[in-house]
Design a binder for this molecule. Structure first.
Ligand SMILES: NC(=O)c1ccc[n+]([C@@H]2O[C@H](COP(=O)([O-])OP(=O)(O)OC[C@H]3O[C@@H](n4cnc5c(N)ncnc54)[C@H](OP(=O)(O)O)[C@@H]3O)[C@@H](O)[C@H]2O)c1
Length: 371
């Protein structure tokens, strides 16, 4: 475990002080803890820092974060070398995804009140409608000052928060902002998923596990792949109508088509990239929709024009989604009383262990940190 270098004895009593935030901003504690990326050789290490307690200025909201969750991008960032892709994350407070309780609001804030249960939006500046050039730099947790959630307290704007469904715990709600909204956007906003349609999910990680439970709740027919038969058994319990082990069956797309009586799947959440895109296209039905999401196995090759023209297929590039997507998803989650798939919950002091657990690949669904 990496050193808690900046962590000092002064932190004793922080929990007491944080409680005081809830009652009166005037009595706010002076410091709180947050994890940051520090330089380590030519890369980064996670280090706990004690920093001044933020305050909610005019138009801002102070949130006591109770849980965060990891996405693959967070793991990639920590494991990059400095300057790779032209970016330097030194000083970054990581993680886009978190949920907590409003403990103070600044002047002029009418959207939220002290005590409200909220989650972060992935982009602080994509409220609704189409994406534009201002959206990308507002992705949380991808550089210093981008509003990363791996902290005891954060300050943000009301438009960068959503209310969370009543039936979800903070740990469950913390899994929604990136993986949940991405799956929602791919299947519903872009894909217009309908009951009885076939949906292909690749692997059982964060995005795919949300795709599975959303598709099942919508009355669609999810088919999922995995390297693990144990995970496939769990996926069947969660509503998968078909499962294929992609390790044991290299031509898994043939098996997927067979499961649809050779009609093909109507939707794909394409998270694999290099090793999966071509096969996923072969599994696609006429007029099917493929949501281009990730490159877990490496950068995806170009899509041959004929692969879509020949079938009337449609492809959409997905970049998580807007706050409006998040709110629509939450309404669906509430209606169907959906609970996210969580593999393991780590403590706030165990952030490095949570990253290592993602690195070893044995998890299914989401990895959470309770603060
Ligand atoms: N564009 C966007 O907005 C967006 C948003 C979120 C994520 N992403 C990207 O989407 C990808 C998935 O993200 P995530 O957070 O869901 O990842 P994750 O939770 O880390 O998913 C890991 C899982 O992917 C599966 N996998 C690995 N290689 C595979 C293969 N060859 N075929 C099928 N499944 C495979 C494995 O499932 P099994 O263990 O079951 O084999 C593994 O456990 C990443 O590349 C991420 O960067 C993009």
């Amino acid at each position: 475990m990496k050193a808690l270098r900046s962590f000092s004895a002064a932190v004793i009593g922080t929990a007491f002080m944080l409680a005081a935030v809830a009652t009166a901003q005037a009595q706010s504690p002076e410091t709180m803890r947050q994890w940051q990326f520090d330089m380590s050789g030519d890369g980064y290490e996670l280090v706990m820092h004690e920093v001044p307690m933020p305050v909610a200025g005019p138009g801002e909201v102070l949130v006591r974060v109770h849980a965060t969750s990891l996405n693959r991008r967070d793991w990639y960032m920590l494991n990059e070398t400095i300057g790779e892709r032209g970016l330097d994350y030194t000083g970054n407070v990581p993680l886009s995804d978190g949920a907590g309780e409003v403990v103070a609001v600044g002047e002029g804030v009418t959207e939220f009140r002290v005590g409200d249960r909220v989650a972060s939006t992935f982009f602080t500046d994509w409220v609704d409608g189409k994406r534009n050039a201002a959206v990308r730099p507002s992705a949380r947790g991808a550089g210093p000052g981008t509003g990363g959630m791996l902290a005891e307290v954060i300050v943000t704007t009301p438009r960068a928060l959503v209310s969370i469904p009543d039936h979800l715990s903070y740990e469950e709600a913390a899994t929604l902002p990136c993986a949940g909204v991405t799956a929602w956007n791919g299947l519903f906003t872009q894909g217009n998923l309908q009951p009885d349609e076939y949906v292909l999910l690749e692997g059982t990680g964060g995005v795919s596990s949300f795709g599975l439970i959303f598709a099942a709740a919508a009355g669609a027919k999810p088919i999922i792949t995995s390297s693990s038969n144990e995970k496939l058994a769990r996926a069947r319990e969660l509503g998968a109508v078909g499962t294929v082990n992609y390790r044991e069956n290299e031509d898994w797309q043939v098996e997927v088509r067979a499961l649809t009586n050779d009609a093909g799947v109507d939707h794909v959440l394409e998270i694999g990239g290099r090793d999966t895109l071509e096969r996923a296209l072969q599994a696609l039905a006429f007029e099917g929709h493929i949501a281009l999401i990730g490159g877990l196995t490496g950068a995806a090759p170009p899509i041959p024009v004929g692969a879509l023209m020949g079938t009337g297929g449609m492809a959409s590039g997905i970049y998580v989604g807007s706050r409006a997507d998040f709110e629509a998803m939450n309404a669906f989650i509430e209606e169907h009383e959906i609970r996210p798939v969580i593999d393991r919950v780590f403590g706030f002091d165990e952030a490095q262990e949570a990253y290592d657990f993602m690195g070893n690949g044995s998890f299914m669904g989401k990895i959470v940190i309770a603060h």
